[in-house]
Design a protein around this ligand. Sequence first.
Ligand SMILES: [Fe+2]
Length: 189
Amino acid sequence: MSRTDLASFIARASALVRSHPEPADCVLALAPLVLDLVDRAPEFLQPEHYRSDPNHYARNLVHDAPDASLSLYTLVWMPGQWTPVHDHGSWGVVGVLEGVLEERNFVRLSPDRGADDGIELARGGVILLGRGAVTSFVPNPDHIHVTGVPTGRPRAVSLHLYGRMMNSFNTYDVQAGTRQRVSVAHNES
Ligand SMILES: [Fe+2]
């Protein structure tokens, strides 16, 4: 796959996004495309897309749509690097390029009234996503999770397609039962 093939993926994905306004339909349509893209990613990704950071997982922009309807990133996870507890506020499709990405899920017990406090979360299951695996999520109800790589496992690299520019997301304080909107730059966690 060349950069032209990446462009063709983006064109196909953009068309599917436009024709599937319902997030659950959208990820259903996009997941097979991402499965195929994962196989071909090493052929179009550049060295900068594998950039890691010793302090936290690294997020490297691969493509952002001019109309902000779509964004594609690589995330590089060194052993022991984790996200906070978070949700994305959008749909997303994730494919694993290298290593095993671990996702620990939380289940919301309190009803979502749009408030940022009084949020009761219970710990849910764990998913181990090996090379080639594709997973996805939709908002409402939000997919609340922690993602990373435990110490002692090799680094992981994953490809993340989102339904908007991923410039902010909700993080949760499980003990306090609160959440807050956090802004992130393209190349930061
Ligand atoms: Fe996430």
